[in-house]
Design a binder for this molecule. Structure first.
Ligand code: RM4
Ligand code: MN
Ligand code: MN
Length: 425
């Protein structure tokens, strides 16, 4: 299924009048505060978030998986699904591939489909946390950190292969999420595991093309439950610093222990110019991969507040943005539309924070006003602004409603069948 301009216009039509009323009212209030609404709209339009190739099918838990039907069974179909999202909200113009879940077969056909639906290729992700069908050695006890040099070599080679695949598609970054760790005290030596990981990453780093980045992701636990080799931002930062200027830390919002101050981590990494990428999701307990903004929207806003301030005040290069959420209840496309809206909303809220006023009250230790400034921005309903930015880019005023009214899922089920399955989690 392809979403056309006519589709968008027909579903926007009945919403235009009330949207215009809401937007004009908001725009007037923002202008009164001295904000440049046109500039805000430009920034919101420019902000694009990559979609992971593994989030287009229903996610499972270790207890089961309930498919909603019409899942994309091939990489081309996955790219077409992202094309549907992008046509609706004009906010996700790239895909992030997970290898080997999505090894491209026919590169020309893939690139052609991607171009047709205006989708590019973001960071490529390696996977050494699962054994593949024809794999000679097992990752059961780790990959890049494994005691066995041959297993490390296999994992290193896989990462190099992922870079080669990404090069053919126009990707500019490799994301390494390393599951390696231990489930029981004494299982392995922390120091040896870290050293092996560093040496393995060095081998991969040597293979990076000059205009590429390596994004090193961290996670405190899971799939191992006692220790993870790259457990926190500090370990990732340490490795990125040792590896060199093309290596950066990647922050996945779900990869922190409860109540961690993620916004502070973001600020620290940006100060050091080492924030390379972001995986958005939300969580209540662990790596829950829930819809962005569904549990802790205020935290998301505070994170964006640091990002926006960091863009202005540090020389940290623009990070790679990606959604990394996948669960088993909602239609995955609706879930992604909601996530993207939540991200743009938090970004918009951060953009209207009066940073100068904030600096002034910080200097005079006016704690009360500091809170007022942040919460005033957070409590402003900026949905009409985000919708207007999307509408002006040719997207839907309400992506979710257009999606339902255009019967996208029903059409995909008709086209692909009830039982088609997406590769991934
Ligand atoms: C991990 C991590 C990675 C993602 C996999 C599927 O927890 O978030 O980024 O590639 O899950
Ligand atoms: Mn992630
Ligand atoms: Mn994760």
């Amino acid at each position: 299924m392809r979403i056309t301009t006519d589709h968008i216009q027909s579903t926007n039509k009945p919403r235009e009048v009330s949207h215009a009323r809401e937007f004009n009212f908001l725009a007037e209030n923002l202008e009164k505060k001295g904000l440049d609404v046109e500039q805000l709209i430009k920034k919101l339009q420019y902000f694009q978030i990559a979609i992971p190739s593994w989030a287009l099918g229903t996610g499972g838990t270790r207890f089961g998986r309930f498919s909603g039907g019409g899942e994309p069974a091939t990489l081309i179909q996955k790219i077409q699904d992202i094309g549907i999202l992008h046509a609706l909200n004009r906010s996700s113009n790239s895909v992030s591939l997970h290898i080997p879940w999505d090894i491209p077969q026919d590169y020309d056909a893939i690139l052609q489909t991607a171009a047709e639906v205006e989708i590019g290729f973001d960071a490529v992700n390696s996977n050494t946390f699962q054994d593949q069908a024809d794999q000679s050695l097992s990752y059961k006890f780790g990959s890049l950190a494994n005691y066995d040099q041959n297993i490390r070599a296999l994992a290193i080679e896989h990462n190099k292969e992922v870079i080669r695949i990404g090069e053919k598609l126009g990707s500019k970054a490799l994301t390494v999420w390393l599951a390696d760790g231990s489930s029981f005290p004494g299982q392995h030596s922390f120091r040896k595991a870290l050293q092996s990981t560093y040496e393995s990453l060095q081998e991969i780093y040597k293979e990076l093309p000059s205009d590429w980045k390596m994004l090193v992701e961290y996670k405190p636990y899971e799939p191992y439950f006692y220790s993870t080799v790259i457990q926190d931002w500090g370990t990732s930062f340490l490795l990125a610093n040792k590896l060199g200027e093309k290596a950066y830390t990647l922050v996945d919002l779900g990869h922190h222990l409860p109540n961690t101050n993620i916004e502070q981590i973001v600020a620290t990494l940006m100060t050091e110019g080492k924030l390379g990428g972001f995986h958005f999701n939300d969580s209540k307990y662990g790596d829950d991969d829930l819809t962005v903004g569904s549990i802790k929207p205020y935290q998301l806003f505070l994170i964006f507040n640091e990002l926006v301030a960091g863009f202005e005040e540090t020389s940290n290069p623009a990070p790679a943005w990606m959604i990394d959420a996948s669960h088993n209840l909602k239609d995955p496309l609706e879930d992604l539309l909601q996530s993207i809206e939540a991200i743009k909303l938090a970004y918009a809220q951060a953009l209207i924070v009066d940073q100068n006023a904030l600096h002034a009250v910080q200097a005079s230790h006016d704690v009360t006003l500091a809170q007022e400034i942040l919460q005033d921005a957070f409590r402003t309903d900026l949905r009409p602004l985000v919708r207007e930015a999307i509408r002006q880019s040719g997207g839907a005023i309400s992506a979710i409603h257009s999606y339902r009214e255009l019967k996208v899922r029903e059409t995909l089920i008709k086209e692909r069948g009830k039982d088609s399955k997406a590769s991934g989690l």
